[in-house]
Design a protein around this ligand. Structure first.
Ligand code: ATP
Ligand code: MG
Length: 488
């Protein structure tokens, strides 16, 4: 098993002579003979697969058996001057097996859950990783020849039944473990192959984690909870906007735990990233064109199709193109919508929505309730924090301009996302539709805040625990709140 040396304290890191701290991997050391054997084994397995014309039909134990047999024959023949020894044979079979079913040299990085991203930027350059705690780090892994890197990218493409070659030099997909992968080869990446893997978090960040990280306040979370569930009369729509890797998808995922359990959700993504513990959800994924350039199913196709599936809420992983107009049509016909969008501020979100290629008519925008802006703020030491920088409501269109009402804003001095407006259009609407006056609604928000703060204080944070408590709250809020108050 490979070992990874991750610096345990900040001091260790900054003792590294470079500005970018080092992430040291202990690589599997194969002897030159073992390296030859591994190359031969790979060729042998490829030939076997071609001859049998089957695709991935062998099970893992078949594969291990094949490797074992191959090595047995090789060692018995003794061409490479390695003596047969049963223990050694088994050990080597297992190592090769890991190498083949895993991700070769980057396998230990894929297995490390503390990494957010793995970045290969070409040949003869270190592989970089983004560590959840230490930020950008440089590993001691360097791919020395282009073929090796192309082979790795090829094997990843094969694992997910895709291809990458000169004709289609971009690979964008999802690994079997859910991680997002993007690879490019020449001619589009001029300096050679690149590979970027956004690691899938097995234990996703929840709203409780995001409150602990100060990305969102418990007050804002409780306010959004009430608006999103809309006490059964009007569930709010929201677009989460922000720059690349600012945490939009994570926020969308965390806020989805507030969707009323009675809603029927259809989620649509380019690569499945969302982990929503809702009981009634249909997950859809777009499909790229096949080798003959046929069979593509775009985001827009799937959004259109979702309208025939009688959804209460449509969640679109990332809104970028013509699906926006279909989505806003859905919004204007009474469906609830959640989505993310790339932009730097609330005004720019509107500009992007109303211009090419999204081209949503201004009048349709007013059906959207919230724009939630997510921001990634870098510190001088390479670490970064993520914050909701503002929450704006869309209040209407006046003289051809969409009017925004900022209700929450991040205050850099207090490092808090603070409420800056007493009035809220969404709360007024819920109040009108339910006949409950807004004071009572704000009281309800305060009650939900008690529950949320209790979960934060007691580190009740996993996706399933949060779901359980929210459901308990819906079943009997008084009972749960009394229990909490007695406990605190
Ligand atoms: N509030 C947060 N605090 C700490 N880490 C976070 C936070 N939000 C997200 N992350 C981590 O940052 C990484 C990027 O997050 P995410 O995929 O949500 O960003 P994104 O804005 O959707 O990115 P993209 O622009 O690529 O769609 C993930 O590894 C995630 O676990
Ligand atoms: Mg995203």
């Amino acid at each position: 098993m490979d070992k990874i040396l991750v610096p345990s304290t900040k001091k260790d890191i900054y003792e590294s002579s470079d500005l970018v701290p080092e992430y040291k991997m202990l690589k599997t050391n194969y002897s030159p003979q073992e390296k030859i054997l591994l190359v031969e084994l790979r060729e042998n397995l490829v030939n076997q697969a071609i001859n049998s014309r089957t695709n991935n039909s062998t099970t893992n134990s078949d594969l291990l058996n094949d490797i074992n047999n191959f090595l047995y024959l090789k060692l018995m023949k003794n061409d490479l001057d390695i003596k047969y020894d049963k223990n050694y044979l088994n050990e080597l079979s297992n190592k090769f097996f890991q190498d083949i079913i895993g991700y070769g040299a980057i396998d230990p990085l894929i297995k490390d859950d503390s990494l957010e991203e793995i970045m290969i930027i070409g040949v003869n350059k270190p592989v970089f990783v983004y560590h959840r705690k230490y930020g950008m780090m440089k590993t001691n892994l360097i791919f020395k020849n282009e073929m090796e890197l192309v082979e790795l990218i090829d094997s990843i493409a094969r694992q997910i039944n895709r291809r990458i070659d000169q004709e289609s030099p971009i690979l964008d997909g999802r690994l079997i473990d859910g991680s997002r992968v993007n690879a490019t080869i020449k001619p589009i990446s001029a300096d050679g192959p690149s590979l970027t893997i956004r690691k899938f978090k097995k234990d996703p960040l929840t709203i409780i984690d995001l409150i602990k990280f100060k990305t969102i306040s418990s007050e804002l979370a409780s306010f959004l909870w009430l608006c999103i569930d809309g006490i059964g009369v009007k569930s709010a729509n929201a677009i989460i906007s922000g720059g690349t890797s600012s945490g939009k998808t994570t926020m969308l995922n965390a806020l989805s735990s507030f969707i009323n359990p009675k809603e029927r959700i259809i989620s649509i993504e380019d690569t499945l990233e969302l982990q929503i513990p809702h009981d009634h959800i249909i997950r859809m994924e777009t499909r790229p064109p096949n080798i003959e350039n046929k069979g593509e199913l775009t985001m827009n196709d799937l959004v259109k199709n979702s309208l025939r599936q009688r959804p209460d809420r449509i969640i679109v992983g990332e809104v970028r193109s013509s699906e926006a107009i279909t989505l806003f049509t859905a919004l204007n016909t009474g469906h609830s919508v959640f989505g993310t969008l790339h932009s730097n501020n609330a005004r720019e979100t509107i500009t992007r929505l109303t211009n090419e290629p999204m081209s949503v008519p201004q009048i349709m925008i007013s059906a959207l309730d919230f724009i939630i802006m997510q921001n990634r703020i870098y510190k001088s030491n390479g670490e970064s924090v993520r914050r909701i920088s503002e929450v704006a409501e869309i209040v209407g269109v006046e003289e051809g301009t969409i009017q925004l009402n900022k209700i929450f804003q991040w205050n850099p001095e207090t490092d808090k996302v603070e409420n800056i407006s007493i009035a809220s259009k969404t709360i007024d609407e819920i109040s009108k539709k339910s006949g409950i006056n807004s004071e009572i609604l704000f009281n309800e928000i305060a009650n939900r805040q008690i529950l949320i703060e209790y979960l934060v204080k007691n580190n009740i944070r996993s996706i399933y625990e949060v779901k359980e408590y929210i459901e308990k709250y819906y079943i009997d809020s008084d009972f749960l709140l009394n229990k909490i108050l007695l406990n605190s």
